[in-house]
Design a protein around this ligand. Structure first.
Ligand code: 8VR
Length: 469
């Protein structure tokens, strides 16, 4: 049986990770332009100055996507190319670049699926408190409206934010992302709240424009499962799901925060300084979301943790989501299980964990449309006689597509799959070592592109609409 005719087979990227041209054509400086140049912050000192030079090679890259038969391309816009100072004057050359990318996609019949924020924040806003300052939320809404008006005649699929838990958690708890703050729970929860507020306002603005497209948000999907049936470990899994999933999905889809977390924040003095107007904005716009984007890579296996963790010392290594670390509040820790399989970076490979988690989401949020906006295998791809033979990636994606097809047959409202990533690109914490792409980039030979084995495999899957899976 084939995937439904309206199911989109896609692949994804992000501006900072592919574009380069960090200071070209009027682009403003971003938080990552600065943070990635602080010694020790990134793997082998990699930064986005050149990345894979997509800014100059986007026509070649999109042509390769068309050769793969890609139906949709998810990419992000760099805010600082559009508004170099975050909320000041528009940079026309920034609009021009993304108009060119969008038009190139449409020339090949590739559906553009645009992420407005994938972690690269204009530096002026970061320096003024970043997401802990309401100014940033208001600036985001201005930026979003400029993009809706500039591209909305051709872009009909919009994602406001990518993985809020990552840029807020790594920014204010682990310190592995800008602004590099560790263990500041107040800033962390405040930042997440202003992101949700900015999202709700942007949805309201988009709907008022009557562009007849769709808008949503992309969250990490990290379903937590207890390592066994012990009551304390089952409670630990509930706690993990409340803080890592429901805290993120409830304010978007239900328009209010999960009571379990709100109560505990009150007890611990971590409640954001939210206003009635902000909370009402969440409530008023929750029903206007057209979809939720899920970035699924792995579940987490948790057990109760019994030690105080205040002022833990974090590092890039403890921020890679590999199991073994305690939660920020010390309530649980993740566990590497003997009977599971893991990637080279210690992420569990569990298509079943995804299927079980999808049913958990449907139970809590109903029939909301969902896209898998990221899924893929980070690996060091084997090269045999000059060919990139990334069989593990083919197996990983194949198993997850099989589960997605099964989920659809079990009534889960899934409408598309975007592999991370369309092309090998710069990883925030892993430089160019952790590859995800269908297309190889040769950093030893002028960033030349080369089709991997998975490129030809995914092309076949798209052509046959996954009938054999
Ligand atoms: C942490 C990590 C990784 O490097 O494996 O997770 C998978 C993928 O998620 C994306 O949203 C990030 O933009 C991309 O860089 C990747 O980041």
């Amino acid at each position: 049986m084939k995937f439904p005719h309206d199911f989109l087979f896609g692949a994804a990227s992000a501006s900072f990770q592919i574009e380069g041209a960090w200071d070209e054509d009027g682009k403003g400086i971003t938080n990552w332009d600065v943070f990635s140049k602080i010694p020790g912050k990134t793997f082998e000192g990699t930064n986005g100055d050149v990345a894979i030079d997509h800014y100059h090679r986007y026509k070649e890259d999109i042509k390769l996507m068309a050769e793969m038969g890609l139906e949709s391309y998810r990419f992000s816009i760099s805010w600082a190319r559009i508004l170099p100072t975050g909320d000041g004057e528009v940079n026309v050359k920034g609009l021009e670049f993304y108009n060119n990318v969008i038009n190139e996609c449409l020339n090949y019949g590739i559906v553009p699926f645009v992420t407005l924020y994938h972690w690269d924040l204009p530096l002026t806003l970061e320096q003024d408190g970043g997401w802990t300052n309401k100014r940033t939320a208001e600036a985001f809404v201005k930026y979003a409206e400029i993009c809706f008006r500039a591209f909305g005649d051709r872009v009909k699929h919009w994602i406001t934010f990518n993985e809020t838990v990552m840029f807020c958690g790594l920014g204010y708890l682990k310190g592995a992302h800008p602004p590099g703050i560790q263990n500041d729970e107040n800033k962390y929860f405040q930042a997440t709240h202003y992101v949700f507020y900015a999202h709700a306002k942007a949805v309201e603005v988009y709907k008022a424009l009557n562009h007849y497209g769709e808008i949503g948000i992309t969250h990490v999907f990290l379903p937590a499962y207890s390592i066994d049936d012990k009551h304390e470990n089952v409670l630990a899994a509930r706690h993990a799901n409340e803080y890592e999933t429901f805290w993120y999905y409830d304010p978007i889809l239900n328009g209010e925060y999960p009571a379990y977390v709100v109560e505990q924040l009150k007890e611990r003095g971590w409640t954001p300084s939210w206003t009635e107007e902000e909370l009402d904005t969440l409530k008023r716009n929750a029903g206007k979301n057209d979809f939720i984007g899920l970035n699924y890579y792995q579940p987490i296996r948790v057990k109760k943790y019994l030690e105080a963790v205040s002022n833990m010392e974090h590092s890039r290594e403890t921020s890679t989501l590999a199991p073994g670390n305690p939660s920020f509040d010390g309530f649980y820790r993740t566990v590497k299980m003997e009977d599971k399989t893991y990637t080279k970076w210690g992420w569990e490979i569990s298509p079943q964990g995804f299927l079980d988690g999808l049913h958990m989401l449907k139970e809590r949020y109903g029939d909301i449309k969902m896209y898998v906006t990221e899924n893929g295998l980070g690996d060091e791809d084997p090269i045999i006689d000059g060919e990139i033979v990334d069989v593990p990636r083919i197996k990983y994606i194949e198993e997850h597509l099989k589960v997605i097809k099964r989920a659809i047959n079990e009534g889960i409202h899934l409408k598309g799959y975007y592999a991370w990533s369309v092309i090998d690109l710069l990883s925030w914490l892993n430089g160019y070592k952790k590859q995800y792409g269908f297309i190889y980039v040769d950093h030893h030979d002028q960033l030349n592109r080369k089709k991997k084995l998975s490129f030809h495999w995914y092309k076949h899957i798209i052509e046959t609409r996954g009938e054999e899976l």
